[in-house]
Design a protein around this ligand. Sequence first.
Ligand SMILES: [Zn+2]
Length: 96
Amino acid sequence: MERLTHKARYEAGYKLNKGVKEWQAADRLGAYENTGLTPQEIMELKERDTAKAPIDVDEDYGFFTCPSCGEAIYASDDFESHKFCLNCGQRIKWEE
Ligand SMILES: [Zn+2]
């Protein structure tokens, strides 16, 4: 996604990039507002959806824990069946 703004150098906040029209920035802001989420909530969802490797507790028995919340994740031979932590929703990245 191409940014429409940049951090203002000597001021708090952001300024429109050169050539960006106010209506373009308003359209983008409106789209964000339509999500009903705060920037912090969006960042948390992004982090949760970024696949992280599980912590290997005992690979022989297929026992792993979630890298985000620490809850147990049992992995059978079919790793594809556990794409997300059932406790916190963290996306899990299994070795291939
Ligand atoms: Zn978890």
